[in-house]
Ligand binder design. Sequence first.
Ligand SMILES: Nc1ncnc2c1ncn2[C@@H]1O[C@H](COP(=O)(O)OP(=O)(O)OP(=O)(O)O)[C@@H](O)[C@H]1O
Ligand SMILES: [Mg+2]
Length: 274
Amino acid sequence: MNPFKHARNWSTRALPVKDPNFGHAVDTSHGPILYIEDVNVSFDGFKALNNLNLFIDDGELRCIIGPNGAGKTTMMDVITGKTKPDSGSIFFGQQINLQHLSEHQISRGGIGRKFQKPTVFEALSVYENLELATADDKRVWHILSHQLTGAQRDKIDEVLYTIGLSQHVHNSAGNLSHGQKQWLEIGMLLMQSPRVLLVDEPVAGMTGEETERTAELLTSLAGKHSVIVVEHDMAFVRSIAKNVTVLHQGSVLAEGTMDQVQSNPKVIEVYLGE
Ligand SMILES: Nc1ncnc2c1ncn2[C@@H]1O[C@H](COP(=O)(O)OP(=O)(O)OP(=O)(O)O)[C@@H](O)[C@H]1O
Ligand SMILES: [Mg+2]
């Protein structure tokens, strides 16, 4: 497979970002919503990302697998602006150069990220957590004392349904199971209507049933959002993946369907044969 077949059209110039919620207008006319091209990241001489080339299509669900230390989390760090690459380019659609933006601008602009550990507000109810997520800043009491608009209430109902927590709306988040907390956190990201969702090891620590429901949830989000899932649980990846990318030593080792990558001798050697 030619990794450059999706390369960004270089005659298209990067545009300055004026609208803080720029994600809704991102130019995906050429297919991809994310272009990661020739990206390098070193930590004290160690190459965590090594000429990484990765293209994510608008609306696709992409699973990223690879052994510990392959660079999966670092890849998410460069997309979300947490880590600035040493070289290479990261574009959101054809015209938005993410390297010109801060972590806050990127998340506000339509790229939501779920870290491994849930960071819901345990003392607040499920509803209040989603209510908080509608706001731009997190001044809790200021937000909770204000009336939501009808549209915001509708959005909360829609998200509650999507994440399967409608029955738990008044429970405090601290009383939810581990899996339910993870879904609530995904719901909090959905409140911002992101174009791209990055999810790092979503099913770690979940029960079998929670894992299955997470598979359904992430599958249901594809199409409406582009979803990038990093996960070590191969049965889970198989259950959701159409396209799988295998990272190894900071580069793409293989890309294709789960069957294609699992039968790839290079992949078997570095990872799946372990
Ligand atoms: N801030 C940092 N400082 C120094 N080294 C780092 C830093 N972040 C990551 N690394 C190193 O870069 C490499 C890639 O790490 P990364 O966390 O991206 O791997 P990963 O694929 O997410 O692994 P895992 O499956 O274990 O989560 C590792 O060797 C890691 O130790
Ligand atoms: Mg990681």
